[in-house]
Design a protein around this ligand. Structure first.
Ligand code: NAD
Ligand code: ZN
Ligand code: ZN
Length: 353
């Protein structure tokens, strides 16, 4: 059940933690009975991929590793047990590559919490290759009218921020602060928030990101964390009544903003932690947290339903993904820019180059 599938393909591989990534040819794998083989056309580069190279987290990656978990492409082969997706369909290889579908969490559609979840570009090879494997039950179903390059960042960044916004409980008309607004997750968070009827305050640094957040992504205020004399006061001042945002979506890659959010969030407000800076801790003053009755929560990617909903927002024309496309061979350059915090929006890799 397959088309003309080559034996070898181009991929970006790390042999050891710390890198470098090496652009080389590796064999194309065959899908198992419950798996599909996706000819990846485009893959977004998420900061998680850089955390994986750097070994930032207390969870080891497989090695050697092909990273990537925002892979959009075409199904070219499938195992016998995969019934509801056909060869030629468009599909997305996302962070949750597979899960057991039987445990307590999977039964309740909390598959990111499954102890047996397979993670694309982390515990199994991901989308920085021309042919990637994922469980048929878990690949994103991408409607054919959606362009594969533009949708790729939605497959992690979009799903994750959409879920985070839902977890925040913020309602239309309320204000959400997006911390790390100029990056991949942050730029999409502003778009999803706007589509959900929320007002957004963007927090990040530099003129390019400021311009993007205010002029393209619809935030009504931008606070530059590097030049602000008092981020807490500035965020509160950017809300109409000065009481602070109803929710905070933390997608920054530094610990400091994780320590500040509880200070500026509005009484009864919710702080949603999504970014995963290395070795970081959450810290909030007990007194203010109690008397302001605030909620602090983690939010981790999304389930299959969050995936189809996030894609549907895009299909309906509600989401504009700010991205630049470069060849798969240029991944290291993307990592270098990301490390320096110089990427406004997302980079998408074209696997044919
Ligand atoms: P990115 O590099 O594109 O963006 C991060 C942004 O944070 C940058 O624009 C940077 O300037 C900004 N930033 C740094 N310090 C800041 C500060 N003090 N205040 C405000 N902004 C600051 O990264 P990304 O791809 O958007 O990923 C962001 C984080 O989210 C990463 O840690 C990634 O691993 C994590 N992530 C988590 C999940 C999840 O499910 N929880 C999913 C995807 C990514
Ligand atoms: Zn990601
Ligand atoms: Zn499970």
């Amino acid at each position: 059940m397959s088309q003309n599938i080559p034996e070898k393909q181009w991929a970006q591989v790390i042999e050891k933690t710390g890198g470098p990534v090496e652009y080389k040819q590796i064999p194309v794998q065959k899908p198992g009975p419950d798996e599909v083989l996706v000819n990846i056309k485009f893959s977004g580069v998420c900061h998680t991929d850089l955390h994986a190279v750097n070994g930032d987290w207390p969870l080891p990656t497989k090695l050697p590793l092909v990273g990537g978990h925002e892979g959009a492409g075409i199904v070219v082969a499938k195992g016998d047990l995969v019934q509801d997706i056909e060869i030629g369909d468009h599909a997305g290889v996302k962070w949750i590559n597979g899960s057991c579908l039987a445990c307590d969490f999977c039964q309740q559609s909390d598959e990111p919490l499954c102890a047996k979840a397979l993670l694309s570009g982390y515990t199994v090879d991901g989308s920085f290759q021309q042919y990637a494997i994922a469980k048929g039950a878990h690949v994103a179903r991408i409607p054919k009218e959606i362009p594969l390059d533009a949708i790729s960042p939605v497959l992690c960044a979009g799903i994750t921020v959409y879920k985070g916004l839902k977890e925040s409980g913020a309602r239309p008309g309320q204000t959400v602060a997006i911390v790390g607004a100029g990056g991949g997750l942050g730029s999409l968070a502003q778009q999803y928030a706007k589509a959900m009827g929320l007002r957004t305050i963007a927090i990040d640094s530099g003129e390019e990101k400021k311009k993007m957040c205010l002029e393209e992504l619809g935030s009504h205020a931008f606070i530059d964390f590097a030049t602000s004399k008092n981020v807490v006061k500035d965020v509160q001042a950017a809300t109409e009544d000065g009481l602070g945002p109803h929710a905070v979506i933390l997608v920054a890659v530094n610990e400091k903003p994780f320590q500040q959010a509880a200070e500026y969030v509005r009484p009864r407000g919710t702080v949603i932690c999504i970014g995963l800076p290395a070795g970081a801790y959450l810290r909030a003053p007990v007194f203010e947290s109690v008397i302001k009755m605030i909620t602090i929560k983690g939010s981790y990617v999304g389930n299959r339903k969050d995936t189809s909903e996030a894609l549907e927002f895009y299909r309906r024309g509600l989401i504009k993904v700010p991205y630049k496309t470069v060849g798969l061979s240029e991944l290291q350059k993307v990592y270098d820019l990301m490390h320096e915090g110089k990427i406004a929006g997302r980079y998408v890799l074209d696997t044919s180059k």
